[in-house]
Design a protein around this ligand. Structure first.
Ligand SMILES: Cc1ncc(COP(=O)(O)O)c(C=O)c1O
Length: 430
């Protein structure tokens, strides 16, 4: 179920004036929709004591969006220096920042622990000795290996570069305890864009089992466990949404059972990105060309690699498309099968392949749905094309620029530097 009807009703009538004011292409995000989804998550988990969402910054690392997460009372999941900076600059406190990097340098661990620190989630047992001043609160990312199958999008845990192996996990906590840790958490992330809530229920069960084993072996209690992100959204119109209330209900039952056996229950954390913002963003581009080759082509003024690389990178990634006329009215009739393409010198630069769309002309508007997560965030500058601006359709109905379009100067900035030559050439004496 792509873009909601409510978002369409808020956006389409004002689209011609938004286009006139800002020009295309742009991503536009629906503040109302994001807030409603965030609130629905909190409501579903209201009976799970201490539940906390840490929005995955990598999904949409734009400050205005992160400030919405702050207002919702969410923390942030960060995994790079710039994400940490964004979190700190936008008012997130150490306890609101979960830092889950991978193949982490000693310098990055230090950065994560500076400025009041964060919840440090170590991704490998060898990292324990690399933490200069060991924090009181520590978390490990767990990789269950052959115990879990993973899902078709994230792949098999045994092939994943993430996390501490099953046979190392108790030892990891033992070493952390030796280094002075007193408070403990456990993390994993083994699904991606999954629509079946039962995978996540199994993850709750799996982590509670690990917690139980570690608690008994080491005499420690766990403050929290984080079941990761990976909750999917139905990109296709016929798709069924992930059943969040069912997950919340089954997680609560498992936690209640744990509480009865152990006299306490750890808090449940999640770090969804896609579920929170994915459906609440769209890419708006103008159709600039109609071309007939061996296939029919609709050419737009945005490129996949800069604006939304997902359909170019992932063979199975589908983003629904609505074609509007220049007055913002959805077009109907004259349906034909086309490829919707950008201007990149790269044949995978296709927003849609062999898609049935209404008859489309130059001057029409392409609205590509569900670009609110892992879409602009994945954009790069291949072929020297520039990343588009980002707009926010605010709850007051106004539209605000929240990230400007890249310029050629931005692109060329790294080509301006002081000459720097390390000479290895031999002196030639004459
Ligand atoms: C560690 C971690 N947490 C959370 C997420 C968010 O995933 P999603 O946006 O699918 O919920 C990701 C995505 O790659 C991730 O790697």
């Amino acid at each position: 179920m792509p873009m909601s009807q409510a978002f369409e009703e808020r956006l389409f009538p004002i689209l011609p004036s938004v286009i006139k004011h800002f020009g295309t292409p742009f991503h536009i995000f629906d503040e109302q929709g994001i807030i409603e989804t965030g609130e629905s998550l909190k409501l579903a988990f209201k009976d799970v004591e201490g539940f906390q969402e840490f929005y995955a910054v990598k999904a949409l690392p734009t400050p205005a969006i992160l400030r919405i997460m702050h207002k919702l009372g969410f923390g942030l999941d960060c995994s790079s220096p710039s994400e940490l900076m964004l979190a700190r600059q936008n008012g997130f406190k150490p306890q609101d920042i979960m830092f889950s990097s991978n193949n982490t340098s000693t310098e990055l661990i230090q950065l994560a622990l500076a400025d009041g620190g964060c919840i440090l989630n170590l991704d490998d047992i060898t990292m324990i000795t690399k933490v200069a001043e060991f924090p009181e609160l520590i978390c490990f990312r767990y990789n269950p290996g052959e115990r879990r199958q993973g899902t078709r999008f994230i792949g098999n845990p045994v092939e994943a570069k993430y996390g501490v192996r099953h046979d190392q996990i108790i030892e990891a906590y033992r070493r952390a305890k030796e280094r002075g840790a007193k408070r403990f958490g456990l993390h994993t992330m083994i699904i991606s864009n999954e629509l079946d809530h039962r995978y996540m229920v199994e993850t709750v069960r799996m982590l509670l089992e690990v917690i139980e084993t570690a608690s008994v072996a080491l005499g420690i209690k766990f403050e929290f466990f984080n079941i990761g992100g990976g909750i999917g959204i139905p990109y296709k119109p016929e798709g069924k949404p992930f059943d969040i209330p069912a997950l919340a209900g089954e997680a609560k039952a498992l936690l209640d059972g744990f509480g009865q056996n152990h006299g306490y229950a750890p808090r449940l954390f999640m770090e969804c990105g896609r579920f929170i913002t994915g459906p609440h963003g769209t890419l708006v581009a103008t159709v600039i060309n109609r071309m007939s080759k061996y296939r029919e082509y609709v050419g737009v003024d945005a490129a996949t690699m800069t604006a939304n690389p997902r359909p170019a990178i992932y063979e199975t990634a589908y983003h629904h498309i609505t074609i509007l006329d220049s007055n913002g009215q959805p077009k109907h009739g004259g349906e034909e099968v086309v490829d919707v393409v950008g201007p990149l010198c790269e044949n995978s630069d296709k927003f849609a392949k062999q898609r049935l769309l209404p008859r489309t002309e130059a001057g029409d508007i392409m609205v590509q749905h569900d670009t609110g997560a892992h879409s602009p965030a994945m954009g790069g500058n291949y072929n020297g094309w520039l990343r588009p601006q980002q707009l926010l359709l605010r709850t007051d109905g106004n539209v605000e620029l929240i990230k400007r379009a890249e310029t050629i100067d931005d692109l060329f900035a790294t080509l301006k530097f002081k000459p720097n030559l390390l000479s290895h050439s031999k002196r030639i004496c004459t």
